[in-house]
Design a protein around this ligand. Structure first.
Ligand SMILES: NCCCCCc1nc2ccccc2[nH]1
Length: 291
């Protein structure tokens, strides 16, 4: 360990470790589920770390939060009811709130410490909780979805950590089945889906499960996030059987200057990038294929 540096060593990316220079450690705690740490970095703002894995930094969180939210929501005409699984930092809520058609936003986050720490150290991200349409459920997303009536949501966003740790079940087939049941016909889901550079086999399994479960369309999209290992992260973007959804052409575009529901304009997402996000390197296209 180099003094003054945080290195992200994990069995999920053997033999490599992204490092950030540390100015000051701001919080360290152990919740019922994981170790939680916040530090002030020299060049990426404040950083949230769970079990040694970087979840977000102030400088580049916009890429992940905006893409995971607007890829699904800009692909359907009038999202009204949205469910967020995970996303305890509040960033996805902030982005969902930009859509004026949305009437109800449910969020189910298992770890209250993540919520509290985010409100304390990342107010510009946790601002999402202030939206009147938000209802917070602190608990396990697996159990939450089992209790959801069929066809309740227009969109579900799964902003999870990784298969190693408390989010393990959010990558398994029964969970995807419970999402499909909770979505209306032609409803959409977008989940955090690892990196094509690091986890191609995990992604192949997830895509195979999604092909069996989501009878609309099944797509893999990706974005650059400089502070994530391999500099990118991907998303499964799927729709249930019903009114066709063409993810590659946003029919419900969000104006990058839209500040109706957010004091802050979009920093990252735009319609061209939306379309480009579904373009994959050849090695990934071969492994994932696209219907
Ligand atoms: N809710 C935050 C999602 C990111 C979790 C941490 C993380 N960062 C990653 C980089 C590459 C592949 C998988 C990753 N998982």
């Amino acid at each position: 360990v180099i003094p003054g540096w945080f290195s992200e060593i994990s069995p999920m990316w053997p033999g490599e470790a992204h490092s950030l220079k540390v100015e000051k450690i701001l919080f360290q705690g152990k919740s019922d589920y994981q170790n939680v740490m916040v530090f002030q970095s020299s060049t990426y703002g404040k950083v949230l770390v769970l079990d040694g894995v970087i979840q977000l930094t102030e400088r580049d969180e916009c890429a992940y939060q905006e893409m995971i939210t607007h890829l699904p929501l800009c692909s359907i005409p009038n999202p009204k009811k949205v469910l967020v699984i995970g996303g305890g930092d509040g960033g996805v809520l902030r982005e969902v709130a930009r859509h004026s058609s949305v009437e109800k936003i449910d969020i189910c986050e298992i770890d209250k410490m993540v919520i509290d720490v985010s409100k304390q150290f990342f107010p510009d991200i946790a601002v999402g909780y202030e939206d009147k349409r938000v209802t917070l459920h602190v608990g396990d997303g697996v159990a939450f979805l089992k209790a959801v009536p069929e066809g309740t949501y227009d969109a579900v966003i799964v902003d999870s950590s990784d298969p190693i740790g408390p989010a393990q079940e959010l990558f398994e087939k029964p969970f995807f089945e419970s999402i499909a049941r909770a979505l209306r016909p032609g409803g959409v889901v977008c989940t955090q889906a690892e990196s094509i550079w690091l986890h191609m086999h995990i992604i192949e399994d997830i895509v195979a499960n999604c092909r069996q479960i989501f009878k609309g369309s099944v797509n893999y999209a990706w974005t650059t996030v400089p502070t994530y290992p391999s500099g990118m992260i991907g998303f499964m973007v799927c729709s249930t059987e019903g009114p066709a959804v063409d993810f590659k052409h946003p029919i419900n575009p969000i104006d990058e200057n839209d500040t109706q529901h957010s004091a802050r304009p979009l920093k990252f997402y735009n319609s061209e990038l939306h379309t480009a996000a579904f373009c994959l390197p050849s090695f990934a296209k071969k492994a994932i294929g696209s219907k």
